[in-house]
Design a protein around this ligand. Structure first.
Ligand SMILES: C[S@@+](CC[C@H](N)C(=O)[O-])C[C@H]1O[C@@H](n2cnc3c(N)ncnc32)[C@H](O)[C@@H]1O
Length: 218
């Protein structure tokens, strides 16, 4: 197993994280044992962040002990791997508008104590600002809405200066008729108000009509 980023590994083919809760699967992923450690296979077809890693992400926003904000956590497929990466000293605050998804995430958080579920619309930042008395180290978003860059910029007030962000941009949610390149350019202009853009990665063949945008807070 070779480490590609802190807490993220590869056997040359698949991507893995070290299982924080040994013996437990989250979404029927493969568990493998190597050198006394248990690794969980990370599926790039089910996680846009993992797809970004497979497509050549330069730098990971998540690391051991960091405080992360995750917008659009759903039931926690990707969040479970973030939980592995950040470890017991880290924290991932997960915001999602779906009550059904949040119920499942809350069950996951019973085992994984570094996950903090927050039921809210990510556009209404005043609903959860009480959680962020200290600024977070990194910000991730995977929300299929028309104003994705705007939601990301609104939440950037919770991110420290120099902190890394990653946005999984679904261009089809913004326009069905405009080209994905034009939509990307338009969304980047909004993000540039608060962020330096470090990398934009098309996520095909794992996800069609998606980019992963890596950035740093100004
Ligand atoms: C594509 S899914 C996220 C998948 C997840 N990131 C993963 O990799 O496991 C998008 C999620 O965004 C949530 N969502 C949509 N609009 C939202 C909003 N305005 N605020 C918060 N969550 C929202 C949905 O409920 C859904 O769970």
């Amino acid at each position: 197993m070779k480490q590609i980023f802190e807490g993220i590994y590869t056997d040359g083919k698949s991507i893995y994280t070290k299982n924080l809760i040994v013996g437990k699967k989250v979404y029927k992923e493969k568990l493998i044992q190597k050198n006394g450690n248990e690794y969980r296979e990370w599926d790039p077809y089910r996680s846009k962040y993992c797809a970004g890693i497979k497509k050549g992400l330069n730098k990971s926003i998540f690391y051991e002990g960091c405080t992360a904000i995750y917008l659009g956590s759903a039931e926690g497929t990707t969040v479970s791997h973030v939980s592995d990466i950040i470890g017991k000293k880290g924290a991932v605050f997960c915001i999602d508008i779906s009550e059904i998804a949040m119920n499942k995430l809350t069950q996951l958080a019973e085992d994984r104590e570094n996950i903090y579920p927050i039921l809210s619309d990510a556009q209404l930042t005043e609903n959860y600002e009480e959680y962020f008395t200290q600024k977070a180290d990194c910000l991730f978003q995977d929300i299929s809405q028309r104003n994705q860059a705007d939601i990301f910029v609104r939440n950037s007030k919770f991110l420290k200066k120099g902190g890394l962000g990653a946005l999984a941009l679904k261009t089809k949610s913004i326009s069905q008729s405009e080209s994905k390149e034009n939509i990307l350019d338009y969304e980047l202009e909004i993000l540039k108000k608060e962020f330096e853009i470090l990398q934009t990665i098309p996520l095909d063949p794992y996800e069609k009509h998606h980019y992963l945008i890596l950035m740093k807070k100004k």
